[in-house]
Write a protein that binds this ligand. Sequence first.
Ligand code: NAD
Ligand code: DAU
Length: 350
Amino acid sequence: MLILVTGGCGFIGSNFVRHVLASHPGDQVVNLDLLTYAGNPANLADVEADYPGRYRFVQGDICDAALVGPLVAQADGVAHFAAESHVDRSIEDAQAFVRTNVLGTQCLLHAAKQAWGDGQERRFLYVSTDEVYGALRLEDGRRFREDWPLDPKSPYSASKAAGDQLARAYHHTFGLQVLVTRCSNNYGPYQFPEKLIPLMILNALAGRELPVYGDGLYVRDWLHVLDHCRASDLVLRQGRPGEVYNIGGNSELANLELVQRLIALVAAKSGQDQERLAGLIRHVKDRPGHDRRYAIDAGKLERELGFTPQMGLAQGLERTVDWYLSHQEWCRRVTSGEYRQYYQRMYAGR
Ligand code: NAD
Ligand code: DAU
């Protein structure tokens, strides 16, 4: 298969590209990424050398129909990860979210419909999110199932829900072989340190304050990114077209407890005093409209495709702290924004 991966220079996309190349020796990957602040080709620096002739990077915008058309036409499948992904940024300014997550998704779907026709074998994976379901109350024992009504609450999740619905509409209306996954919170290597886990690890290492929004009792279900990549790959190849599959980690945790666990790990591995690190926690102004709890029922994925996560939370968090400790230069370049200037020069004029 030749798979077009969008957003392959981001956190999950880069892990997915590596997963596909390592697990499917006959496959090739074309990675289309605009290189926004979140896209970093250094996340895949090893890949071109490790898999000669099987990986190609194209810098470009998923909203650019002239660019997207031929790339989709030559692909046997699309794994669409590209997005504006950070909730806080969508609250600051939603424009880029609507452009990329809604219009960009439609541009890709249109290209697939035009190039592939209907009733064919080629498959389109839309990577949605559990946030499209809205929020649960803490005392609500239920978990989101695939038939739960969509009720997105932030501009980010609203834009992802629009893409999710467009993708399913292209299946229903045009017969496009669309698969949708709705995954819970990911963590692991190459995550941009605006997200909770890498932000807390790097701040603790540097002795900076640890900003916990509101009371810190917001609950997320954490999944290691490699498990998300395995699940996405499985759904892309074996899922039933037109279907939605939840992906979750069975690891619900309140933010405050998660931060305490990270502090313990950072203290143990860096030799710092745990009490002193705990003293860096600051309860700061809450995120407007903050979703209280997400909880995923991933039973359908297990029943239909036999998928269960392999990485437990304790092991996954420890490995993640180790990864950030051993990739200090990557962290420095990412937090300074230095990599952006470097790649802008490198790809200029190509
Ligand atoms: P990320 O922000 O780390 O990466 C996004 C990538 O998309 C970047 O490389 C960026 O350069 C690229 N991109 C952005 N706009 C683009 C455009 N217009 N054209 C081409 N490329 C563009 O995001 P992530 O955390 O890796 O998330 C990947 C996908 O998974 C997103 O669709 C997100 O909604 C979904 N998701 C994420 C999580 C999570 O916990 N991070 C959970 C569930 C679903
Ligand atoms: O649930 C899946 C979603 O998970 C994905 O669709 C999104 O792309 C991804 O960004 C993530 O969204 P969250 O908003 O849940 O992730 P974030 O890391 O921003 O925040 C996790 C929780 O931690 C949330 O309750 C807000 C809180 N938080 C976050 C930051 C950055 C803090 O308390 N302090 C912080 O500094």
